[in-house]
Design a protein around this ligand. Structure first.
Ligand code: PLP
Length: 398
């Protein structure tokens, strides 16, 4: 029997240090709270980190996805292809523009299946939103080949993927695009939500190689005004502005960018801790036939925003729901990523999606549990979780 730990181990805890706190205080004392010099610095350092031409900070990844679709010209009635195994905001933003989310199935690595993308293309298809699930890149070569062949835009949902790589280039890098068709419109959008690999509490970043898109995204992020408030009211600018389109109010405030600047400086350390902990889980689970560990590829660096195991519940006497309850009894927070979009009532009632539409995503959904994995955990926390999971499987064998 494993002794139950004294304190609850939450599913996710952000790692915020003294540096972030002092930078926030500095921002507050400066008197400039909203979008200004700290956002400019965060954007600069972020685009240098991923090696992109442009970075536009926004107040969430959802906002970034929304204005990316608006910037590439998605109109009512257009179709946008989205994997069904994602957080619902990936699909919601399509709905916000009056376009139709065309859901498709995923592969056993939980990422969108390029064959399913190609099967779903019609004359109304405008864009694809691949999601780098859990922090491992999608098959970008296959996806961009399809985009080029059918004249589609690509908006990468990189909410989990700050620092992840594909063929040695960081997700968001211009290099992942420069050798491809420059006519493809393309943005990559990251999330700094509280649970993500780096956080500003709430926040997001759009990167792109495309000068015109970048300019449009900047306008769309702040009312469509041709100059932002900082330039208008500081001595760098004046009072005059022009509204060239009906933009949104999606700008990131300096108070939050202050946190992001220091989180970004810690990203490589965060990633290596996540990867080391993932290896500990792998080792514990590798000889348990009822547990399937995450799929990995040698041509991409998985940054393990999520560590998701698949359990063969047909070989166990315990249900997934009960398993998560048992983990809680052992003071462990666990979760499920994600309830497939096509199983939500809104998507069923509005677009006619139904149970059975995407068999692989449903099979995955019914078998997965996300285990806690973050730099604030200690190695012994990780080993405790691994021991409990192993023990629960062993004592529930049929
Ligand atoms: C968290 C998440 C988002 C939304 O990010 P926000 O910054 O909270 O808007 C989008 N897509 C995926 C896959 C996510 O996990």
């Amino acid at each position: 029997m494993i002794k139950v730990r004294d304190s609850f181990l939450p599913f996710s805890v952000p790692d915020i240090g003294e540096e972030e706190i002092l930078e926030v205080i500095d921002t507050i004392k400066s008197g400039w709270l909203t979008t200004g010099p700290k956002v400019a610095q965060f954007e600069q350092e972020f685009k240098e980190y991923v090696k992109a031409s442009h970075a536009i900070a926004v107040n969430s990844c959802t906002a970034g996805l929304h204005i990316s679709l608006a910037a590439i010209g998605v109109k009512p009635g257009d179709e946008v292809i989205v994997p069904t195994l994602t957080f619902v905001s990936t699909a919601n933003v399509v709905v916000h523009l009056g376009a139709i989310p065309i859901l498709v199935d995923v592969k056993d690595d939980f990422n969108i299946n390029p064959f399913e993308i190609e099967k779903s293309i019609t004359s109304r298809t405008k864009a694809i939103i691949p999601v780098h699930y859990g922090g491992q890149s999608c098959d970008l070569d296959a996806i961009y080949d399809i985009a080029r062949n059918y004249g589609l835009s690509v908006i990468e949902d990189a909410a989990h993927a700050v620092g992840a790589t594909y063929r040695n280039y960081k997700i968001g890098s211009d290099e992942l695009f420069s050798y491809r068709d420059q006519n493809i419109k393309r943005t990559v959008v990251f999330s700094f939500y509280a649970t993500k690999n780096i956080t500003t509490g709430e926040g997001g970043m759009i990167v792109t190689n495309d000068d015109n898109l970048a300019e449009k995204l900047r306008l769309l992020s702040l009312h469509g005004m041709s100059k932002d408030a900082w330039k208008r009211y500081s001595n760098l600018g004046n009072w005059y502005y022009e509204v060239t389109l009906a933009g949104y109010k999606y700008n990131l405030p300096d108070i939050l960018a202050a946190i992001g600047i220091h989180q970004l400086r810690k990203i490589e350390r965060f990633i290596s801790i996540r990867q080391a902990y993932a290896r500990i889980y792998d080792e514990f689970f590798s000889n348990i036939p009822e547990i399937e560990i995450p799929v990995r590829y040698t041509d991409r660096n998985h940054v393990f925003h999520l560590y998701v195991i698949r359990l063969s519940f047909d070989r166990l006497k315990i249900s997934r729901e009960k398993f998560i309850e048992e983990l809680k009894r052992y003071n462990i927070g666990a979760s499920v990523h994600f309830i497939p979009v096509h199983l939500h009532p809104f998507y069923q009632n509005t677009y006619g999606y139904k149970l059975g539409d995407f068999p692989n995503a449903e099979k995955i959904y019914n078998s997965i549990i996300s285990l806690p994995l973050y730099p604030k955990m200690s190695e012994s926390d990780v080993k405790y979780v691994a021991e409990v999971v192993k023990n629960l499987v062993e004592k529930n064998r049929k």
